[in-house]
Design a binder for this molecule. Structure first.
Ligand SMILES: [Zn+2]
Ligand SMILES: [Zn+2]
Length: 187
């Protein structure tokens, strides 16, 4: 009887030692891990495919900002300025002829003489031509700060009974030669 009690006490003590031991290890680990706050991974630590995905997301973020009026971040942009190609809310843009211009660029239209620099007929054989013209127009404005706008003209071809579409690029008269030089690939 006495022996059984001793064995039980022995076993209980043994279990107690193990439990205390495990608890100490746990507490030690907790404190040891705590100061190691998660360190932001540098780009090189990510898988290249993940890096690509992150870059794509950045682009989407930029596009999202582009969807709002630059003057009113809460207002969705609705109309694009024909000179800067930014999209503005209705309060910030005015119609003029067949186009719209932002408050910054409408005075440019009024103040200067504008001249037809280039006309291209959009064709089904080279549909990218129009896209290229818009890209060049945008880069001339962004990189060299030379304003231009593209107007779309339609002409009904009576004989063959179809509508022809032309893209006409206008520039300020003083820049005519300069612009024609830059648009050589279309002329
Ligand atoms: Zn503008
Ligand atoms: Zn606005």
């Amino acid at each position: 009887m006495e022996n059984t009690a001793l064995i039980l006490i022995g076993v209980a003590l043994f279990l107690l030692v193990i439990v205390v031991g495990l608890l100490s290890i746990l507490i030690y680990k907790l404190f040891k891990d705590k100061p190691q706050a998660p360190i932001a991974k540098t780009d090189s630590e990510y898988h290249p495919a993940i890096l690509d995905r992150m870059k794509d997301l950045e682009k989407v973020k930029i596009k999202r900002i582009d969807l709002f009026c630059p003057n009113h971040p809460e207002e969705p942009g609705e109309v694009t300025c024909s000179i800067c190609d930014k999209i503005f809310c209705k309060a910030c843009i005015k119609p003029f002829k067949t186009m719209h211009f932002c408050k910054e660029h409408l005075p440019l239209i009024m103040k200067h003489d504008w001249e037809e620099i280039l006309t291209i007929k959009t064709s089904t054989t080279d549909p990218d031509q129009g896209v290229r013209l818009y890209d060049i127009k945008k880069s001339i404005f962004e990189k060299e700060e030379i304003p231009t706008y593209i107007e779309t003209h339609y002409k009904i071809n009576v004989d063959q009974d179809y509508i022809e579409t032309y893209l006409v690029l206008f520039g300020i008269k003083e820049y005519t030669l300069d612009l024609k030089q830059k648009l050589k690939e279309f002329i």
